[in-house]
Design a protein around this ligand. Structure first.
Ligand code: FE2
Length: 309
């Protein structure tokens, strides 16, 4: 957190100072005359998918490329008030400049993971996120970049990209207009690291008003599970107070994990999911009492269900 604060202060300082210096110095990060403000948006591009998994290690361990760790903080537009439980969706090209799912990528890693180099993180109570991947490769006409799509708990969205300084494909003109999207990288024992902080187009006042208006932030309900007991399948109805990341899992009464039913970003409102009494391998399991466990934000609720064969 200390390092992040330092980075924020430095960025704010630089942004505030450049007005005195004037523009046209061609220095990364020194372009913006505002003291602070929302991070600039950038193209979504054609390779985003709405089915990215929740994870913080995006690249398979033997994915070719330079290993890289990125961290940062998501804040309100004052660049200091943290936003907790924001979704940070990241996707990028492999070392050869190829996007998985959409292109025929020979990534060279041993896992046949079609969502390799893609993942969604959730910011912690201090607004922090971090992930590990490989340095994105070049593809024709583009500097190296990570794609980002950030969504705050109240639904404010930012689509942008993160670039790296000393990239020969970043023109001076681009750098002078996109300074807040260009970060510097350090190298330690062959591992690159960098910090990309993001300020959303939402004021700290709006944020605190939202928080004080919600006695139970990120609340949800398991409305019903029917039929219960069940023989062939059971429908679980649940409702979310607002948009957010939902995990629904089945456990037995000894706490043994059986299956993950849902693990994705869902809109607010009512939803239903069906379970046919199978485990993660698709095998029908034996009669007994099981638990449906729903996790939403920091809250967990469960319901007992009975499978009778
Ligand atoms: Fe791209």
């Amino acid at each position: 957190m200390g390092k992040n604060n330092l980075q924020l202060k430095r960025r704010t300082f630089l942004k505030g100072t450049v007005g005195l210096l004037g523009s046209g110095f061609g220095l990364f990060g020194l372009n913006d005359q505002r003291n602070c403000g929302p991070t600039q948006s950038d193209m979504l591009g054609p390779y985003w998918s709405n089915e990215h998994p929740s994870r913080t290690v995006l690249a398979n361990s033997d994915e070719p490329g330079s290993r890289i760790r990125i961290s940062g903080i998501v804040t309100a537009d004052d660049c200091s008030t943290p936003i907790a439980n924001a979704l940070v969706d990241v996707w990028h090209a492999n070392d050869q400049g190829c996007y998985t799912i959409f292109q025929n990528c020979d990534s060279g890693n041993s896992d046949n993971d079609e969502y390799n180099l893609r993942g969604i993180m959730v910011t912690d109570e201090n607004g922090n996120y971090s992930f590990e991947s490989i340095l994105p490769g070049y593809y024709p006409g583009r500097p190296r970049h990570f794609h980002y799509k950030i969504t705050t708990p109240s639904g404010t969205e930012l689509v942008t990209q993160c670039y790296f300084d000393n990239d020969s494909l970043i023109s001076d003109a681009f750098a002078s207009n996109h300074g807040d999207l260009i970060i510097s990288l350090n190298e330690d024992n062959g591992i690159l690291s960098g910090m990309f902080n993001i300020s959303m187009n939402q004021s700290a006042e709006e944020l605190s008003l939202e928080n004080s208006n919600q006695l139970s932030p990120m609340d949800f309900e398991i409305e019903s599970a029917y039929p219960n007991p069940f023989n062939n399948s059971i429908k679980i109805d649940y409702s979310l107070e607002k948009r957010g990341y939902v995990d629904i899992e089945i456990f037995d009464t000894n706490g043994k994990w059986i299956k993950n039913l849902v693990g994705s970003l869902m809109s607010g409102g009512k939803h239903v999911v069906t379970w046919i009494g199978d485990d993660d391998n698709g095998n029908i399991i034996s009669s007994g009492t099981y638990l449906v466990v729903i996790r939403f934000g920091t809250r967990i609720k469960s319901k007992k269900i009975n499978l009778i064969k």
